[in-house]
Design a protein around this ligand. Structure first.
Ligand SMILES: Nc1ncnc2c1ncn2[C@@H]1O[C@H](C[S@+](CC[C@H]([NH3+])C(=O)[O-])CC(=O)[O-])[C@@H](O)[C@H]1O
Ligand SMILES: O=C(O)C(=O)Cc1ccccc1
Length: 247
């Protein structure tokens, strides 16, 4: 059950958690994904629009821009639709075929200016090279924690001098009171966007062990260990944050 499928009328859940399948980026999710993520992730829209500004500053001629976990291509569209930097190739990678099937129509403006390659692939298997920008916009959280370092180290090695990683993630807080309060605010955000308490609870259960957030410290320690010289949080909305990491 995902939040785009309201519970059947009169279907009584003894324990809502017991009835919830693990979240998957399937056809049903792909059909409603843009609406779902905008109503679920505070700051998602701003993250996307400012990604376009970031790309204009850091894209280098003759290099590649990777969007790892590109979904419907919103990140590529934001970065590429107004980008004048010459000889840029975008690589959009996602292991959900339903997402990629819906991606190309969203890239019409980018296709007029740049080459865009889309690959249905596990990002952990994606060759990355000659990159001025790599984007992990709410994707690393779906990679097993113990495998995140190798991916980030490969990304760092793939960047040209002056290259950057944009890493956006759901985050945890060490202070249990802050964790509780920011989770409550996140759920308030979802409720304000029309989700019911049952939908919020079922989505939370479906994401357990699928979307695995970490603290800001954990991310920053891993970025340093992966070879990034410095990083900074440039946007945070409740329990969602985005980092710029510099080679
Ligand atoms: N191992 C993997 N390999 C490839 N793709 C993966 C993997 N794991 C998950 N995905 C893909 O990563 C995306 C995560 S959504 C990213 C939003 C987008 N960046 C956006 O800015 O709109 C964020 C969210 O749903 O919270 C989905 O499309 C998955 O299929
Ligand atoms: O973290 C959450 O509670 C979410 O709902 C994030 C999310 C948004 C869209 C698809 C999967 C997870």
């Amino acid at each position: 059950m995902s939040e785009n499928q309201p519970p059947k009328k009169d279907q009584v859940y003894a324990d809502p958690r017991a009835q919830v399948d693990a979240f998957a980026f399937d056809e049903g999710v792909a059909d409603v994904f843009d609406d779902m993520i905008r109503r679920s992730v505070p700051g998602y829209g701003m993250t996307l629009s400012l990604l376009g500004i970031i790309a204009q500053h850091y894209a280098k001629p003759g290099t590649r821009i990777y969007d790892l976990g590109c979904s419907l291509g919103a990140g590529i569209a934001s970065m590429g639709s107004k980008l004048d930097t010459p000889d840029i190739t975008f690589h959009g990678i996602d292991n959900s075929q339903p997402m990629l099937d819906r991606c190309r129509p969203n890239l019409a403006d980018v296709d007029k200016r740049h080459t865009v390659e889309l690959h249905c692939q596990n990002i952990q298997d994606t060759p990355i090279e000659n990159a001025s920008i790599v984007v992990l916009n709410f994707t690393l959280q779906f990679i097993p924690k113990e495998e995140r370092h190798e991916l980030l180290a490969r990304i760092c090695q793939s960047l040209v001098p002056g290259g950057i990683l944009v890493l956006s993630e759901k985050i945890l807080f060490d202070d249990p009171h802050i964790q509780e309060d920011l989770t409550t605010l996140h759920h308030d955000f979802k409720r304000a966007n029309g989700y019911s308490d049952l939908e919020i609870s079922q989505k939370r259960s479906s994401l357990e062990n699928v979307l695995v957030p970490e603290t800001i410290d954990a991310h920053e320690s891993r970025l340093a260990a992966a070879g990034f010289a410095r990083d900074e949080i440039w946007l945070q909305c409740f329990n969602f944050a985005s980092f710029l990491a510099f080679k």
